[in-house]
Design a protein around this ligand. Structure first.
Ligand code: AMP
Length: 205
């Protein structure tokens, strides 16, 4: 099974991706996690990405495409994968199409977590404030100012991907503001062989 989870920062892609991993025995490929690991390890990619990530902007397409091209060839990705945070631009989506075609692979679907940005921002601000109060480590790019930039990057550069995949008939929308278990159930409904979307909020919902 090969899936893409689409949705702005804080929409719950990571949580749902982890549940898909547990259920389907596939791997979660998060370019954000891979880039953070590269930054922590001080690799050339990490050195390039660090300041861009801290500013809430997007790392150049060729950098993330190279990371993903390498990652999907690893043996553990053979059973399938859920892409979390990639692609994030139309050129990345086109590069992914090419990578998959070259390997004779197909996507099973693109699931968009639809959220209300205003509520999302408040939710993340509250979460960050609570984590800070508990003395927990907060991601450098999880502060409200950078987050606004990340949401803006999503709106201008990533949101057009919904149209890109919808035109291919691959896009399914779920209500990302619903409780976590309800979102999981909606995704399960989409992935059932019958293609039942009874619990999913369709596009435009
Ligand atoms: P995330 O954990 O997915 O929110 O990603 C954190 C940061 O990593 C983003 O704000 C970007 O700076 C960078 N990043 C992650 N994935 C991508 C991608 N596909 N394209 C460009 N930049 C990315």
């Amino acid at each position: 099974m090969r899936l893409i989870l689409l949705g702005p920062p804080g929409a719950g892609k990571g949580t749902q991706a982890q549940r898909l991993v547990d259920k389907h025995g596939i791997v979660q490929l998060s370019t954000g996690d891979m880039l953070r690991a590269a930054v922590a390890a001080g690799t050339p990619v990490g050195l390039k990405a660090k300041s861009i990530m801290e500013a809430g902007q997007l790392v150049p397409d060729e950098v993330v495409v190279a990371i993903i091209a390498d990652r999907i060839d690893q043996p553990d990705a053979r059973k399938g994968f859920v892409l979390d945070g990639f692609p994030r631009t139309v050129p990345q989506a086109e590069a992914l199409d090419k990578l998959l075609a070259e390997r004779g692979l197909k996507l099973d679907g693109v699931i968009e977590l639809k959220v209300d940005e205003g509520i999302l921002l408040k939710r993340i601000e509250t979460r960050v404030a609570e984590m800070t109060a508990r003395g927990e480590k907060v991601r450098a790019d999880d502060n409200p100012e950078v987050l606004k930039g990340r949401l803006a990057a999503y709106r201008t550069q990533t949101a057009p991907l919904a149209g890109y995949y919808d035109a291919k008939g691959a896009l399914k929308g779920v209500d990302g503001m619903a409780p976590v278990d309800a979102v999981t159930a909606a995704i399960d409904g989409i992935l059932k062989p019958s293609g039942s979307t009874a619990t999913a909020a369709g596009r435009g919902a």
